[in-house]
Design a protein around this ligand. Structure first.
Ligand code: ADP
Ligand code: MG
Length: 725
């Protein structure tokens, strides 16, 4: 008989349950099932008592049901919640369930096993949609524990309960012969980590708290170690790739440009520019992430790098996520460079080059001209959107790829340009990616482990702070009217304003969406759409002002026209969706009103308000919300209003939104691959695993199972995610 290992099909081990496990969770192999780790444990020796509970704690306990109430929602009687009042013998608390008919039939007096996350609703602790199961009559919790004092609670779903999962896991654990061991023995013993068989036994069948704690420590390290091994491998591969050195020269366009810069670089800009100089002068490709606070001036840093490449005879491409942004970059670079951008033209300076724009909406003629300048090398700098990535775009000598607002791009898109260039002649361009969504260090290490990171924390001197206020229309309906008056006042002083909305037109039918458990539970408040709001403002509170509308579904040339008009001061108030979120730079805009601000994430709000206060005038940002006081939405908005530190806010965002989401849906690969590791909490582990992985690969101490893991990651969704030039 062949040995049973992690690759063995589940059907060989758990029989008919295999189908259900595949349907519910996608598990196909023994490994899939054994990596389905418990979400939490009930410590039978030290059960949680209500008195120790705090918001955010994940808890599990047994309680007696005192009362069950079924309460329909006011505005939709077909929907209801069930409130179950529980007692642990000393104190009481409530658990809330949405539209679960079966729960409304829970017998009063029954003993229930509950697990879930403690939240706060209207100032009181509660469990929202916890996992609940009745204990058989006469049984105590201890009767359910097997062979010890702990019970695992598994992520359930697809018709399978934690108990179903546990049963299958137990069978698999009993028969599996070989556990993969990707961590070298030396690495394990240095850190006192459990070996693989013990770790799997303890994570699924702990006898006491310390068992699962040790098991989690080991398996968390394993996750970090595997990811870092992939990065270490990539870094050493990349070090072997060849690039042309682009050291620039002392009498070229870069120096000429620096001499006419209208301002001084901040210390941070100067330092990062120097780091990039050095990278560009090396003969292997730069892979650098430039993260900077909103408005910290990343574009200039990128432009200096691009000019250095031009001075070395190469071309630079700047990839922007939207036409609005690409057009803006093109326009502002031409303006800043002046005659330095008029290469080969009348009135151009000697060192001059050409900047070409390439977007999807360009006419055939303009496009032809741009393509020609790109392939001939006349265009030293090319700015564009996704249109740049098409096969028909050929560069004469692409030396640097800059990607602005990288989080808006998928992985393949980020690497497409440089991969193509490398494939053509074996020489890789240098790559600089920029983001204004600050990424906490550990995420950078986990997600961008093969990038060097530069950070711009300071804003240019003389920048006025942005003041942010929450406008709670539920309690203070009059404040909104006052907000519109403020817009009039700003415009009266020659300034401009943004009004940001969360959607364009009619709300879609989202009747079936379960209300989020934290707030909004009783009413799903309607949001205001761009079309109706702009109309209402034009005829009401903002009558007499010149309003513009901007959203993603407009034809590109219309978008461009509106944006240009706004930049030129011909539009007073821009009513827009989040298309203005990234990069838009109109220093004369001093005020922003965000409607339904509770619909936006923390980092997103920070990005949005970064559009104002970019000049010498102080900025004002009003966060309008209908969320009632005391809800977590209101707390979130208060946090944004209270801090202008993007790094702090992004950390908060990570905590609120659970890791992966911070990087956007397209980048969520890492989320599904990391099971126990938290990129927020486990900074130490990740740093340690990184060192260990580098040392192991350097010394050749790579167990076959680690080699297999690296290969698996390379091939899997995770690898696709990590894939970069
Ligand atoms: P972001 O980092 O958000 O992309 P930008 O590059 O758009 O920021 O820069 C924001 C504004 O600050 C631009 O108008 C730019 O010209 C200006 N700026 C950049 N660097 C400086 C500086 N050192 N001093 C003054 N203004 C600067
Ligand atoms: Mg920018």
């Amino acid at each position: 008989m062949t040995a049973i290992d992690f690759d063995t099909r589940l059907s060989k081990v758990v029989g008919d349950s295999a189908k259900k496990l595949e349907k519910a969770f996608g598990h196909r192999t023994v490994g899939d099932l054994l990596r389905h780790f418990p979400r939490r444990y009930i410590d039978l020796e030290h059960p949680d008592s209500f008195e120790d509970l705090e918001e955010g704690h994940v808890v599990a306990f047994v309680a007696t049901v005192l009362d069950v109430k079924k309460l329909p929602f006011r505005n939709n009687p077909r929907k209801f919640r069930v409130v179950v009042t529980l007692s642990d013998g000393r104190a009481t608390m409530e658990a809330v369930f949405f539209n679960q008919y079966a729960v409304s039939k829970t017998p009063v007096g029954s003993q229930q096993l509950l697990s879930g996350e403690v939240s706060v609703y209207q100032g009181r602790l509660q469990l929202a949609s916890p996992h609940m199961r009745e204990l058989p009559e006469g049984k105590t919790l201890a009767d359910l524990g097997r062979g010890g004092g702990a019970m695992p609670i598994y992520p359930a779903g697809g018709g399978l309960t934690t108990w179903d999962v546990e049963r299958a896991v137990t069978v698999a654990l009993d028969v599996v012969d070989v556990f993969p061991e990707p961590i070298p023995a030396a690495v394990r013993s240095e850190r006192g980590l459990l070996d693989a068989p013990t770790a799997y036994e303890y994570i699924h069948r702990p006898r006491k708290r310390s068992d699962w704690v040790f098991a989690q420590t080991r398996l968390r390290f394993e996750e970090a170690f595997e990811v870092q091994a992939v990065f270490a491998r990539r870094r050493s591969d990349s070090a072997q790739r060849r690039s042309l050195a682009r050291p620039g020269r002392g009498d070229g366009i870069r120096v000429a440009f620096e001499q006419r810069l209208p301002f001084q670089l901040t210390a941070g800009q100067a330092q990062v520019a120097a780091e990039i100089d050095q990278d560009l002068a090396a003969t292997h490709p730069m892979h650098r992430l430039l993260q900077g606070e909103v408005g910290s001036g990343k574009t200039i840093v990128a432009l200096l790098a691009m000019l250095q490449v031009v001075d070395s005879g190469g071309q630079a491409a700047l990839l922007a996520p939207t036409e609005v942004l690409a057009t803006q970059h093109h326009r502002s670079m031409e303006r800043m460079l002046g005659d330095l951008a008029k290469g080969g033209m009348l009135g151009g300076a000697d060192e001059a080059t050409r900047i070409r724009l390439l977007t999807g909406s360009m006419g055939a003629k303009a496009r032809q001209q741009a393509l020609l300048d790109i392939v001939s090398g006349e265009a030293g700098i090319v700015v564009g959107t996704h249109a740049l990535l098409e096969q028909t775009v050929q560069f004469a000598d692409l030396g640097l790829v800059v990607i602005d607002e990288q989080h808006r791009f998928g992985v393949e898109q980020r690497s497409a340009l440089s991969d193509r260039a490398a494939a053509a002649d074996g020489v890789s361009p240098h790559v600089l990616v920029m983001t204004a969504t600050p990424i906490p260090r550990t995420i950078a290490m986990t997600v961008f482990g093969d990038l060097e990171v530069s950070t711009l924390r300071e804003l240019p001197a003389g920048r006025q702070p942005i003041q942010s206020n929450v406008v709670p229309v539920a309690e203070q309906p009059g404040w909104l009217e006052r907000a519109w008056q403020r817009v009039h006042e700003e415009v009266g002083r020659g300034r401009q304003a943004y009004v940001v909305v969360s959607r364009i037109g009619e709300a879609t039918a989202d009747d079936d969406v379960e209300p989020p458990p934290d707030d909004d539970a009783e009413e799903k408040r309607p949001t205001v759409g761009l079309v109706e709001l702009a109309e209402a403002l034009e005829q009401g509170p903002l009558a007499g002002l010149r309003l513009g509308r901007l959203h993603g579904r407009m034809p590109p040339d219309e978008k461009d026209a509106v944006m240009s008009a706004f930049a030129a001061g011909d539009v007073d108030v821009l009513v827009a969706t989040t298309v203005v979120e990234v990069g838009v730079d109109v220093p004369n805009a001093t005020m922003m009103i965000v409607m339904d601000a509770d619909r936006f994430g923390v980092s997103q709000l920070h990005q949005l308000r970064g559009r104002v206060g970019r000049g010498s005038e102080p900025g004002l940002c009003l966060l309008v919300t209908g969320s009632p006081a005391g809800t977590s939405a209101r707390e979130r908005l208060a946090a944004v209003a209270a801090s202008t530190d993007g790094f702090e806010l992004s950390r908060l965002d990570v905590e609120l939104r659970r890791e992966g989401d911070v990087l956007g849906a397209r980048q969520s690969g890492v989320r599904s691959s990391l099971k126990l590791l938290s990129v927020v909490r486990d900074e130490q582990i990740i740093a340690d695993a990184r060192d260990a992985a580098v040392a192991a690969l350097d010394s050749g101490d790579v167990p076959p199972d680690l080699e297999a893991s690296i290969r698996r990651l390379e091939e899997s969704e995770r690898a696709e995610y990590l894939e970069r030039a």
